[in-house]
Design a protein around this ligand. Sequence first.
Ligand SMILES: Nc1ncnc2c1ncn2[C@@H]1O[C@H](COP(=O)(O)OP(=O)(O)OP(=O)(O)O)[C@@H](O)[C@H]1O
Length: 239
Amino acid sequence: MGAIYELDTLKKLYEGRAVLDLDRLTIERGEILAMVGPSGAGKSTLLRLLNFLETPEQGELRYKGISAVSIPLELRRQVTTVFQHPALLRDNVENNVTYGLRLRGQRDCGDLSQTILKRMGLEKLRRSQARTLSGGEAQRVALARAVVIQPEVLLLDEPTANLDPYNIGLIEDVVKEIHQQRGVTVVLVTHNIFQAHRLADRVGLMLNGGLIEIGPSSQFFEDPRDPRTRAFVRGEMIY
Ligand SMILES: Nc1ncnc2c1ncn2[C@@H]1O[C@H](COP(=O)(O)OP(=O)(O)OP(=O)(O)O)[C@@H](O)[C@H]1O
């Protein structure tokens, strides 16, 4: 498969403080990697770097071998993010879903968007204004909007926080489907270790901006190497 992202001695500083300090991290093409860890560990900051919204103060981030500082637009557009609180356009559901396609100059968005609207259970809401949607519906629109552009990388930041079991199940199923069907690389940030267990090939534990342990999901949960990982998967507080 090979690496899609390579992070080397990377530091992200906010107001002089390192909120991310990663010696080395490689994300493999086509894997589902879950990053877990307590609040403030730097998980969302990592996703913002992977989505090229932020740049590191030290070290390097490479996407497909190209330094993130000089990433061309066409590569940047292969990466899409679903945030915990999606910012939808003041428009209807269908136009929200097709927005990314139109931005990329695709005029005939019909078939693609119909398929994804149907799969996400949003057909009947096509004409509804985004601001009238429930939290679960809005999050399904956000995922539909991300998936419809057929990204190579899907970054998910707490995509199912505060959602009910139906919405959680649907979102997880669609993530698994597009991963299996299209080999999309997925980086999932979650507080829900059960979700990490259900979805991920590999899991990493972050703490205070550093990476404590990363490994195959089975090893991470059943035979973790670091005492802090053992404590975290038992549901204990770690510092
Ligand atoms: N724009 C910013 N300016 C200053 N500090 C920031 C900024 N964004 C994040 N931080 C700080 O960086 C640290 C890491 O934040 P981050 O949101 O990445 O953590 P997280 O692991 O995603 O937390 P949570 O699980 O609560 O979302 C925190 O201490 C946070 O206060």
